[in-house]
Design a protein around this ligand. Structure first.
Ligand code: TRP
Ligand code: SF4
Length: 324
């Protein structure tokens, strides 16, 4: 039997190309592992309970993002967290023996209360304190051995391991200790040079059309010292060059030409836009395939069935161990 993987994302808005490497990593793991990929809508509510999120639409959008980059429902269970109630039951049972202090000292806890508190959000809630505990339940309900996540999630995975260990100590050995699989994430700036983020309006959406990609690339900040096209350029301070390094097969050549003053910014951007569009085109085609005749809905239904079958087995063991 293959080892299992769980990972999840909150449905909070469509993804951008900064998320691409994480999803490509998820897709690459599908052959080696039995993968469970959850759209964690309950987690979205912990911070968005007053945002009137249109969760149905957001869930469909992120499911399409995943499918379009190659998450394959024939291989992986793709599903919505709230469709698999076992996550909630395990979270509740974990809450009985998890010390409050473990949750209060998770670094993201106070940070987020402060950061989102500055935007007027009150996160002094029971659910928000329990965010990482629900995450532990997401992972352990599948007895996942590995969790592909970004570096920022390491404290959450550490807490998950502690919770599993405490359960095993109290009730007998049920849970493995999952490892975080940290993929290499190239740091891509937004078109304005700041961090890429939908809220800064500087991101390139995974669903961007050819025209949108072209327009975004035109907005990219270039070497400000370069006034004429034969001035020697400084690719190290140019957003376009950072993108070339990730999306252009012969990136070295183009940056050398820039340094030598042999290529103009207009042509350089045009070339980047072409390469970016070549990367996104297969995703557009696959997205169109999935975005018809209720295919996504069917994927999520079948994904939840598959996930539920595994989660139910774990819960049976858990109830027996505890004696409920
Ligand atoms: N907290 C994760 C994030 O914000 C999302 C998440 C919820 C998750 N449950 C998970 C990630 C379980 C990995 C495993 O990115
Ligand atoms: Fe940037 Fe390209 Fe212009 Fe050089 S030529 S400054 S890499 S856009």
């Amino acid at each position: 039997m293959k080892n299992r993987i769980f990972s999840g994302m909150r449905p909070t808005g469509s993804l951008h190309i900064g998320h691409l490497s994480v999803l490509q990593n998820w897709a690459a793991l599908q052959d080696e592992y039995d993968c469970f990929y959850g759209i964690v809508d309950w987690h979205a509510l912990t911070t968005g309970y007053e945002d009137k999120l249109n969760l149905k639409a957001l869930i469909k959008e992120i499911a399409l993002d995943w499918l379009s980059v190659g998450i394959d429902p024939e291989k992986s269970a793709v599903f919505v967290q709230s469709h698999v109630k076992e996550h909630a039951e395990l979270h509740l049972l974990f809450s009985m023996f998890t010390p409050m202090s473990w949750l209060e000292r998770v670094p993201t806890y106070k940070d987020q209360i402060q950061q989102l508190g500055a935007d007027g959000k009150d996160l002094h809630t029971y659910g928000f304190l329990g965010y990482p505990l629900l995450q532990a339940a997401d992972i352990l309900v599948y007895k996942a051995k590995a969790v592909p996540v970004g570096e920022d999630q390491i404290p959450h995975i550490e807490l998950c391991r502690e919770v599993g260990r405490r359960f095993n100590f109290l009730y007998g050995n049920v849970f493995p200790e999952p490892q975080a699989l940290i993929g290499k994430v190239p740091l891509l700036p937004g078109v304005d040079g700041r961090k890429m983020s939908k809220s800064y309006n500087n991101a390139i959406s995974l669903t961007a059309s050819t025209e949108e990609v072209n327009a975004r690339v035109k907005q990219m900040i270039t070497d400000p010292a370069r006034l004429r096209k034969d001035d020697p350029g400084h690719p190290e301070v140019c957003v376009v060059a950072k993108f070339h390094h990730i999306y252009t097969p012969d990136a070295e050549r183009i940056t050398e030409e820039c340094t030598a003053g042999k290529v103009g910014c207009v042509a350089c951007k045009k070339y980047l836009a072409e390469n970016l569009n070549n990367v996104l085109e297969p995703y557009r085609v696959r997205r169109n395939f999935w975005d018809e005749d209720g295919k996504v809905e069917r994927v999520l239904l079948e994904g939840a069935e598959k996930a539920r079958a595994t989660a139910a087995e774990t819960l049976k063991e858990v109830r027996q161990a505890i004696g409920v």
